[in-house]
Design a protein around this ligand. Structure first.
Ligand SMILES: Cc1ncc(COP(=O)(O)O)c(C=O)c1O
Length: 391
C-alpha cells in the first residue's frame, strides 16, 4: 500500500502520534527545486528535522536526491552516520575542539569561523593523514558565528595555505531577516558576502561554492541562490513568515494526533484541572486526551487552544497538564479511542503550527521543534513520489 488514508492512521498508534506525511516533504522539495533550479541543496534537518524525526526524514530527503544534509551540531550528524546515511553532512553550528576527531573519523564536514579554529583543524587533519572537507562561515550581519566580512580574506587565505589537508568546499553566510517585508538589510548582507568572496577572483583562484539562502531567500531573493541553498522550514510545509506566502504553495507535513482516553460529564459549577482555571457554566461533556506540555503541547494554550474532533473545533478547558489535556465538547458526542487532531486537518477545518504560534506569540519553528521525544513519529506515504503529487 502506498497511501494511508485519514481513517486508518489511527490504527497505527495507541495514545498520541506526530504523523509525518513524507509525500508532503517531497512536494515541498519539488517547490524548492522549481524555485532554485540547478542549485545544490543542503536540506536542513537540525533539531530533529524541525520536530519531524531526524533519521527518517533525512533518509527520505537523501532518497530524493538532496546533495547535503544540514545539522547544527556534530551529535546530530553522528546519529545520521550511525543510521547508515552516507551522503555529505554539514554542521553549521559551533563545536568544541575536543570533538574534531568525531568529524574527521565520521566524514562530517566542518564549519570554520575563525583562523584559530582553522589552524587546529588543519593540525588534526594532518594527524589523521586525511584531507577534510571544510566550509567557511562569514558574518555579514547576523552577529551569531562567522568571521566578520571585512576580515574574511584572512580566513580564506589561511584555508588556501592549508589546502594539502583542508578541502575548501564552500563559503557561506546567514541572513538575519530575509523573511522581513523590507529586504533592504538582506540585500546589504548579500552585497557584503559577494564583495568578501571576490577575494578568489582577485587571487586568480577558483571560487569555492557560495551559499547564503535560507527558505525566505529561496522564495523571494532569486539573486541570493548562488551555488547552493539551505532550505529548512519550507521543506516541512511552512512559510518563514507571511511575507513569503504568496510565493509558493507548501504542504505542512506533520499532524499531531491523540486518542480520547476518558469521557465525563462536568456538572455546572465544577472546575476542571490544576489551579481550577475553568468552571463549567452549565452541565457539559469533557473528554481527556493523553497529550500535555511534556509532549510539547504548550501550557500557555490552557483555556486558549483548540483541537479538531469529528471535523469541528473544540476548546481546551482548564490548564494543560504535563501528560493530559481536557477538551470541552459541550453537548457533542465522542467515544473513547476517537481521534483528535491538535495540529492537522479534519473535514474542512485546519489547525496549523502557525495558528498555535500566533496564539503563543512565537513562530512555527518553535511549535514544531518542541514536539517532544515522547510522541511517536509515524511516517506515511513514503513511496508516493513527486510524480503522484498532483493526483
Ligand atoms: C545556518 C542555517 N541555514 C539555514 C537554515 C534554514 O532556515 P529556514 O528554516 O528559515 O529555511 C537555518 C535555520 O535556522 C540555519 O541556521
Amino acid at each position: 500500500m502506498n497511501c494511508i488514508t485519514g481513517e486508518n492512521i489511527a490504527d497505527l498508534y495507541h495514545r498520541s502520534a506526530a504523523v509525518v506525511d513524507l509525500a508532503c516533504i517531497s512536494h515541498n522539495l519539488q517547490v524548492v527545486r522549481e524555485k532554485a533550479p540547478g542549485r545544490k541543496i543542503i536540506a536542513m534537518v537540525k533539531a530533529n528535522a524541525y520536530g519531524h524525526g531526524l533519521v527518517r526524514v533525512a533518509e527520505h530527503l537523501a532518497s530524493e536526491g538532496v546533495d547535503y544534509l544540514g545539522t547544527a551540531f556534530v551529535e546530530e550528524a553522528l546519529e545520521l552516520r550511525r543510521a547508515g546515511i552516507t551522503i555529505p553532512i554539514i554542521t553549521s553550528g559551533p563545536f568544541s575542539r575536543f570533538q574534531i576527531g568525531l568529524f574527521i573519523e565520521n566524514n562530517i564536514d566542518l564549519t570554520i569561523a575563525s583562523v584559530d579554529a582553522l589552524q587546529y583543524i588543519r593540525e588534526a587533519a594532518e594527524f589523521y593523514k586525511k584531507r577534510v572537507n571544510i566550509h567557511l562561515k562569514v558574518d555579514t550581519g547576523m552577529m551569531r558565528i562567522g568571521i566578520r566580512y571585512t576580515n574574511a580574506r584572512k580566513l580564506f587565505a589561511a584555508a588556501l595555505e592549508g589546502e594539502k589537508y583542508l578541502n575548501l568546499v564552500s563559503i557561506f553566510s546567514h541572513f538575519a531577516n530575509s523573511d522581513n517585508q523590507d529586504l533592504g538589510f538582506a540585500q546589504l548582507q548579500l552585497e557584503r558576502f559577494l564583495e568578501a568572496t571576490r577575494f578568489f577572483a582577485h587571487e586568480h583562484r577558483p571560487s569555492p561554492l557560495l551559499q547564503i539562502a535560507n527558505s525566505a531567500a529561496i522564495l523571494r531573493m532569486e539573486e541570493s541562490q548562488l551555488d547552493m541553498i539551505r532550505p529548512g522550514i519550507m521543506l516541512y510545509g511552512y512559510h518563514p513568515s507571511p511575507a513569503t506566502e504568496s510565493q509558493a504553495s507548501l504542504q505542512p507535513a506533520l499532524s499531531l494526533r491523540a486518542k480520547i482516553m476518558y469521557f465525563k460529564v462536568v456538572l455546572a459549577g465544577n472546575s476542571v484541572g490544576y489551579g481550577r482555571t475553568w468552571t463549567a457554566p452549565q452541565n457539559c461533556r469533557v473528554v481527556t486526551i493523553p497529550v500535555g506540555y511534556g509532549d510539547g503541547y504548550p501550557r500557555a494554550l490552557s483555556n486558549k487552544g483548540q483541537v479538531l474532533l469529528r471535523g469541528q473545533r473544540y476548546p481546551v478547558r482548564g490548564s494543560v497538564c504535563m501528560d493530559q489535556t481536557m477538551i470541552g465538547i459541550g453537548a457533542g458526542e465522542a467515544y473513547i479511542g476517537e481521534e483528535v487532531q491538535l495540529i492537522g486537518r479534519q473535514g474542512g477545518e485546519v489547525i496549523t503550527a502557525d495558528d498555535l504560534a500566533a496564539q503563543l506569540g512565537t513562530i512555527s519553528y518553535e511549535v514544531l521543534t518542541n514536539i517532544s521525544a515522547r510522541v511517536p513519529r509515524i511516517y506515511v506515504n513514503e513511496h508516493r513520489g513527486r510524480n503522484n503529487l498532483s493526483a
